[in-house]
Design a binder for this molecule. Sequence first.
Ligand SMILES: Cc1cc2nc3c(=O)[nH]c(=O)nc-3n(C[C@H](O)[C@H](O)[C@H](O)COP(=O)(O)OP(=O)(O)OC[C@H]3O[C@@H](n4cnc5c(N)ncnc54)[C@H](O)[C@@H]3O)c2cc1C
Length: 422
Amino acid sequence: MKTTSTALPSARHQQQWTNWGGNQVCTPALTVRPATEAEAVAAVRHAIKEGLGVRVAGSGHSFTPVVQTGGMLLDLSGLQGITGIDASTGRVRALGGTTIDRFGDPLWEHGLSLANQGDIDKQAIAGAVSTATHGSGIGLGSFSSTVRWMRLLTGQGEIVEIDETDPERLHAVQVAVGTAGVILELELQAVEAYHLREQITYETTEELLANWDRNPAESRHFSFLWCQAPESAGLYELPTPEGLDMVGRAYTKRYWAESLDESDGQALTSEEGRRRDRAYRIYPGGFMLPFHELEYYVGVGRAKEAWVALKDLIVEDFPDQHYPIETRWTRGDEAFISPFHAEDKVSLSVSGAPGTDYWPYLQAVDALLDGFDATVHWGKIHLLTRERAERLFPRLPDFLAVRRELDPHGVFLNDHTRALFQ
Ligand SMILES: Cc1cc2nc3c(=O)[nH]c(=O)nc-3n(C[C@H](O)[C@H](O)[C@H](O)COP(=O)(O)OP(=O)(O)OC[C@H]3O[C@@H](n4cnc5c(N)ncnc54)[C@H](O)[C@@H]3O)c2cc1C
């Protein structure tokens, strides 16, 4: 196989790539960081000609081997920017590499906000969309569910546009884990701008279970991180009151939408746990300490039972595992391989400590939650096989048909995604 790159003078050879969590590393033959759409097209055509596989990197915040390649790594961080906002329809267009934190101010100036946000906003929008990244709110879908149009570079080096007039193809590319082509640009449905009012509490297991259904129904965003050990909260850098025993309690987050008058100096507050601010300034936080996360999704009807079983598994069989159980709610959607396809789901996530052998623990969590027919976050550690994917994602064949049409020779498959999506 030839790896010359005279056609791509800015390409770098054998440059190591590492994800945020440090658990995925690869050394692509070529790394290309296009600054224009034309450069991206030239890079993919070059890879096709040279017989190199291509994987696209967003911000590298996935824990799974979804970016890994020995061929060409296409780093889309140079393709950033909001390309259009239509205040009358609430639609926003952006280049695929645009990080989520770049949407807030421009949307606000047009009276708009993103409908939902996750725990952080450092991901590239196309990376977030590709894995169905979500926040928490029983009435709120993932980023992918808000995609209305996409400009894609296919495995044949051609540009195609897919929109709502072709729902089958749109639902296929809304979540595609980078296997249906390079997302050059996309359009999201935003919502009317809103402020949020925050409330942080530290609820006991009994309180959380007693209000399991009521809690998510009563606020725009509700989620909690349940702590099994004194060190649990610190592992995710969760601020807790001095002296409060967090064992058997959760850091519990509630947010209500509000319309605040910003000209009144009293309206906004940055007081921890009681903030009032624009949604995009208040919801996403940040993580400094690395962790390796697994996140599975159980239908709302069985989620409480699954949560109790997961808690008991940790307490009884894995007392040395201290990362909290993060619990969030997401509305069902139509994307074919969305983990939320056609069903509202509750996310249950746990993490392993970097540098330790957490596999027996994560394998046990996987086996337990598979008993609840849990779907998985494509960007977080999971143990899904093709056989399980066929059972859990009824529209997988429809996804595969569109994927093969857009990338008939599997240019965008690596070992991990080939096993699942060839
Ligand atoms: C600290 C932290 C917090 C997180 N919080 C949340 C959260 O609150 N909610 C949640 O759901 N997830 C969360 N995640 C997971 C994260 O949102 C997803 O893994 C997401 O995919 C990462 O986006 P990225 O830009 O880093 O993409 P990458 O990890 O770089 O890539 C993810 C996938 O997208 C593909 N891709 C990227 N760009 C393109 C493109 N332009 N065209 C085609 N394919 C592309 C890649 O090939 C890959 O398959 C978190 C992860 C971390 C590390």
